[in-house]
Design a protein around this ligand. Sequence first.
Ligand code: ATP
Ligand code: FE
Length: 337
Amino acid sequence: MILSIESSCDDSSIAITETTTKKILYHKKISQEAEHSCYGGVVPELASRLHAVALPKILEETKPWFDKLKAVAVTNQPGLGVTLLEGIAMAKTVAVLQNIPLIPVHHLKGHIYSLFIEKETRFPLLVLLISGGHTQVIRVKNFEHMEILATSMDDSVGESFDKCAKMMGLGYPGGPLIEALALKGDENRFNLPVPLRNSPLIAFSLSGLKNAVRLTVEKLGGAEKMTEQDKANLSASFQKAVKLHLLQKSKKIFAKEPIRDFAIVGGASANQYLRGAYENLCREFGKTMHVAPLQYCSDNAAMIGRYAIDAYERKQFIDPNKIDIVSTKKQQAGMLL
Ligand code: ATP
Ligand code: FE
């Protein structure tokens, strides 16, 4: 059995996974959304302190499996340094005390492996990762070979939902709030710019659209002056522009990529409106679409555990004295995967 720990942002989560059956025997997640909501985003130091309280509480519940542990896995990149370190400190301690190997896990690879928690592995895959910190199209040949084909030049999809929700005074996280409000709105009410519409670049950009939302909020007199219907209309118009942007760039990639299996992963892949749009696109291009079960779209330790099973088979262990978070600079240099 493998014990896996996830603490890269504002979710404290631990799972126990069976290596042979790949079944999850235990999984728990304590989210900090309520605590960060009033700030409209995650406050790193607060997140770190909350992990320090939540992780040991969850770990205690995994005691019945402790003697059967073969390895411990932990997210060590990318994420918030101060929160990653909480999980890493716990994982190192378990590894040393139980005398078992330690497996470092790349959080985004974990998101990709969320697809295989309840389904068999199927490679090669073309993956759209839309999360709180990233927007990428990745060609996943297999466990070892993952290549980024397109990435955001500024904000990520999840972040743009969060920031626009904050501007409208909706709370955090913005994704589910905007998606729900949009159902009651008119998506053609505001004519927001579709990012990079006339650019040949195969890349994403969300900051200009975010700015257009900001200007619209200002024009309407600020969040306080906006009616519920204004907010619903703006949410729907924003979501539509995100969809058109993602689809336009994805179409260019689909036209070139022969891989038949396509998947969307990451927190924003829970969005039914975006899922529906991609289902249509896949039909048009003859691709089969895959998504993870809803509860595994946002951060969780089950996906870290599922990735760790494959890493365990390949003995991808790290010395507990050498594990560290990976610097942002390296991540920015395109070495994410
Ligand atoms: P990363 O994985 O890039 O390090 P993260 O771990 O913070 O970032 P996730 O947990 O994968 O991100 O996803 C959280 C993000 O998903 C938030 O920005 C949230 O607003 C967004 N999100 C969640 N549900 C939805 C939804 N229904 N529609 C759009 N966005 C959503
Ligand atoms: Fe994540």
